[in-house]
Structures are given as structure tokens and as C-alpha cells.
Design a protein around this ligand. Structure first.
Ligand code: SDX
Length: 428
């Protein structure tokens, strides 16, 4: 197969190199396009444009494949824990038992946040959205932990600090939003158990660690841990390319994830299912018809994906986790039944079939979070905690890339021709 393409323009023929990835994906390298042809490319939404070469995550949207550092996400969800998958994504290999124990100790050692940060939480209006609080507090971490010099050791400490503190910040914002006493992290609990304890322990009813819930949370966060160059990860890389500190780049990623077309969809799915239950008496047909109506801005939240043109492999595992965790906790959630019926009706409908619209990770994830007792407005925060290892791994890869440059896309200008300034007294 050819290792170049020919571009014929204005009577001239140009050859552009084609690079091939380790899974056979091919891309035209246009890094010299403008200087050799005077042309740029245009690709709103970047559906056809690669921003980097990466060794972290592989997705095949047609076949529904997702692998972290070569390992299928199905195997990690089955056999791994979130801290181990975090280590894998950031360091490129699975840790030995000794390395995992050391990593867990480091996470525990860095789980507290500076007491002065608690007053920040008090200053937010009570109804503030937890994603806005989290993004602000992650940026604020830089003020409390300024890196002295950029060494490998300093970066690793910053990474571990962030991985551990994001969990504490999220639980703290929840407790303070309810006017409850903050619960501190405990060194004797695992990463996921610690989070659940910080969220739900209280003096009146001490939280009982439930291993089924802890397992469900590990799977939830493993499934969210990375997803190659999605909107928020590309934002982290873009912001990081200016050589800003990690906290600021991650804070930008949290803001990008917040949108309902991206990570905010998990909250939007539950709001949609609740609306179907309460306003349409659980009848899904109306929502399916609305989603197909081009005059109606309504979309079936949790359906469709820029890359997956088949079932999102994560959604399959999340759906199975829903059944498992609800059964073990002896909870029946009417929204799960509605979600399953909605999926069944949509997947038989030609509109969804023709548009390759299938459930994505957000379609069932909210049901798992409801079973864990997480409030709906914190669903995207849960996505952010899960995605943090991926953001960090991608940020590190871009910072370490000798070819990495400041991200600065071009544009095609379509504005007015040159005109002169008109003094205000001459304007009508
Ligand atoms: C995440 O990129 C990632 O990897 C993201 C993510 C990750 O892990 O980081 O996987 C997480 O963000 C998952 C997606 C969560 N978002 C939602 O569930 C919101 C609902 N879905 C969509 O709005 C939509 O499917 C997107 C935004 C996810 C993808 O949209 P695209 O690729 O830009 O496609 P499009 O909007 O151009 O739609 C193509 C066609 C259109 O119809 P036509 O005009 O071609 O006839 O499909 C239709 C759309 O109207 N369509 C939908 C639809 N999604 C697409 N129609 C109804 N309901 C939907 N959900």
C-alpha cells in the first residue's frame, strides 16, 4: 500500500507522506502542506483530523474496540482496580504488586487538601454546579502546591497529588453543599472505598463500606479512564501545549467535559429518563419520535458517538454492571427499565440504524451512580475523576513529545474586505 498521496493543484503535483499506526490506521501527514502548497485543510469538529500520534489508547469505532496500552477495556473492567488502571495509563505498564502498593501509599499520603481551601467552598453559592466548583478548586490547587522546578520527581508528585486530591475535593464539595461536616480520607481504605466513605459517612449513620458498591465504582472509573482525543482530552493537550502547569490544563479539561454533548450527557440522560417517567408515563415512543424530528432540537441523550458507529463497548459493560449492582443491592430502579425499553425501541428504528446511533457510555452510567447514592448533579464530576488518569497520561505524552508544539489551528477568513476606521461623530 502506498506511503504517500498525490495532491494535484493549480497544475502542480505534490506528494504528501502517509503514516501508518501500529493498528494499521493511516493518516496523511500535512505538517508541511501550507509551506509547500500554500493550502490549509478545513475540518470543523476535527472528525477527519488527527492531532497527534499516541501510544496510550486505541479505539476502533466500527468494531467497538477500546484498549488502554493494548489491554482490552473488557479485561481491565473484569480483573483490574481503578488505581492499577490509572498506573497502567500513566506509566505505560501494569504495576508489580510492590509498585501498586507504593502507588497506593503515595495516593493516601497526598489525599488531604490544605485546610484554607475549605473556606473557598463556603464562598460558592449553595446551588453552584459541582463541575464549576471542581474546575475552580483544581486551578486553586496550584496556589497551594506551586511546583518548585519541573523535574520528573516534581511532576510525579504533582500527578499523584492531583489524582488523590480530586476525590477529596469532590466529596468535600458535596458535604459542604449539604451543610454537613466534611469527612476526611482514611489511610486504611482503598481509593474507591475512601471516596464513598468521604461522601456518605456521617456521625448519625456511620457509612458501611459495601464491597459490591466499591467494585461497581472501580468498574465505573476504569471504563471512564481514557478515550483518546475526545473533546476534553484535546482541551487538556491544547491548554497544556502553552506549557502551563498541569492543574490549569486539567481544570480546562473539566470545563470541557461539563457540556451535555460530552461528559455532561450522563446527567442529561437521567434527566431525560426522569422526564419520560414523569411526563410521558414511561412511554418512550414520544422521545424516539422527537429525536428523529429535525425541527426539534431534542436529542436522545446517551445515544450516538463521533467515533463509535456500533455499540460503545463501555456501555455494554456498564449495562451489565447496572444489572449486577442493582441485584446485589436489592434495588429496582424504574429508570433502568425505561432505559432498556428506549434502547430496544431505538435500535429497531431505521433512523437510529441508518445513523449508526447506539448507546454510549453515558446511557447507563447514571443508573450505576444512582445505585451508589451519587446525586445527579455530581454525575459529571464522577466522569471527571475517572477521566483524570487519561488526561494526565495524554498531557505527559504531549509534554514529553520532542515534536510537540504550541497548538494553534489556522482558519479560512470569510469576513469583510479592508475598510477604514470611521470616527464616531461620522457614524449614523
Ligand atoms: C462522550 O469523543 C468521545 O470519546 C466522548 C466520550 C469520552 O469517553 O470522552 O465517549 C464521552 O462524550 C459520549 C457522548 C455523550 N453525548 C451524548 O450522548 C449527547 C447525545 N449525542 C449527540 O449529540 C451526538 O451523537 C454526539 C455529539 C455524541 C456526536 O455527534 P457528531 O459526531 O457531531 O454527529 P452529529 O451531531 O453531526 O450527528 C450526525 C447525525 C445527525 O443527523 P443528520 O443531520 O446527519 O440527519 O446523527 C444525528 C444528528 O442529528 N444524531 C442524533 C443523535 N446523535 C446524532 N439524533 C438523535 N439523537 C442523538 N443522540
Amino acid at each position: 500500500m502506498s506511503d504517500h498521496v498525490k495532491l494535484i493543484y493549480d497544475g502542480k503535483t505534490y506528494e504528501l507522506p502517509v503514516i501508518t499506526g501500529s493498528e494499521g490506521e493511516k493518516g496523511i501527514d500535512i505538517s508541511a502542506l501550507r509551506q509547500t502548497t500554500g493550502l490549509i485543510t478545513l475540518d470543523p469538529g476535527f472528525a477527519n483530523t488527527g492531532s497527534c500520534v499516541s501510544t496510550i489508547t486505541f479505539m476502533n469505532g466500527e468494531k467497538g474496540i477500546l484498549r488502554y496500552r493494548g489491554i482490552p477495556v473488557e479485561q481491565l473492567a473484569e480483573y483490574s482496580i481503578f488505581t492499577e488502571t490509572t498506573y497502567l495509563l500513566i506509566n505505560g505498564v501494569l504495576p508489580t504488586r510492590k509498585q501498586l502498593n507504593q502507588f497506593s501509599i503515595l495516593l493516601n499520603d497526598n489525599s488531604l487538601i490544605h485546610e484554607d481551601m475549605q473556606s473557598f467552598f463556603q464562598s460558592f453559592p449553595r446551588a453552584s454546579h459541582p463541575m464549576g466548583i471542581l474546575s475552580s478548586m483544581v486551578t486553586a490547587l496550584r496556589s497551594f502546591y506551586p511546583e518548585i522546578k519541573i523535574t520528573e520527581e516534581e511532576i510525579n508528585l504533582m500527578v499523584t497529588r492531583l489524582l488523590s486530591k480530586i476525590r477529596t475535593l469532590a466529596a468535600m464539595s458535596y458535604k459542604i453543599s449539604r451543610g454537613h461536616k466534611v469527612v476526611y480520607p482514611r489511610p486504611d481504605l482503598s481509593y474507591c472505598a475512601n471516596f464513598l466513605n468521604m461522601m456518605f459517612d456521617n456521625p448519625v449513620k456511620p457509612y458501611q463500606i459495601d464491597e459490591d458498591q466499591v467494585r461497581a465504582l472501580n468498574i465505573f472509573w476504569i471504563l471512564h479512564a481514557d478515550h483518546e482525543q475526545n473533546c476534553s482530552t484535546s482541551t487538556v493537550r491544547m491548554v497544556g501545549s502553552g506549557r502551563v502547569n498541569l492543574y490549569a490544563a486539567i481544570s480546562a479539561g473539566i470545563a470541557a467535559l461539563w457540556g451535555p454533548l460530552h461528559g455532561g450527557a450522563n446527567q442529561a440522560v437521567i434527566e431525560m429518563l426522569t422526564k419520560i417517567k414523569e411526563e410521558d408515563s414511561g412511554n418512550v415512543a414520544k422521545s424516539v419520535e422527537r429525536a428523529k424530528d429535525k425541527n426539534d432540537p431534542f436529542r436522545l441523550m446517551g445515544f450516538g458517538h463521533r467515533v463509535y458507529k456500533t455499540y460503545d463497548p463501555r456501555a455494554k459493560i456498564m449495562k451489565k454492571t447496572c444489572d449486577g449492582v442493582l441485584e446485589k443491592l436489592k434495588i429496582s430502579d424504574p429508570l433502568l427499565d425505561i432505559a432498556k425499553e428506549l434502547e430496544e425501541v431505538a435500535l429497531k428504528d431505521n433512523y437510529f440504524i441508518d445513523h449508526n446511533l447506539y448507546p454510549n457510555i453515558d446511557f447507563y452510567s447514571g443508573i450505576v451512580l444512582r445505585a451508589l447514592g451519587i446525586p445527579t448533579n455530581m454525575f459529571t464530576v464522577m466522569f471527571a475523576i475517572g477521566r483524570l488518569p487519561g488526561w494526565i497520561a495524554q498531557w505527559k505524552e504531549s509534554v514529553d513529545d520532542p515534536n510537540w508544539r504550541l497548538s494553534r489551528p489556522r482558519q479560512i477568513y470569510a469576513g469583510p474586505a479592508p475598510i477604514d476606521y470611521v470616527p464616531i461623530e461620522d457614524r449614523i
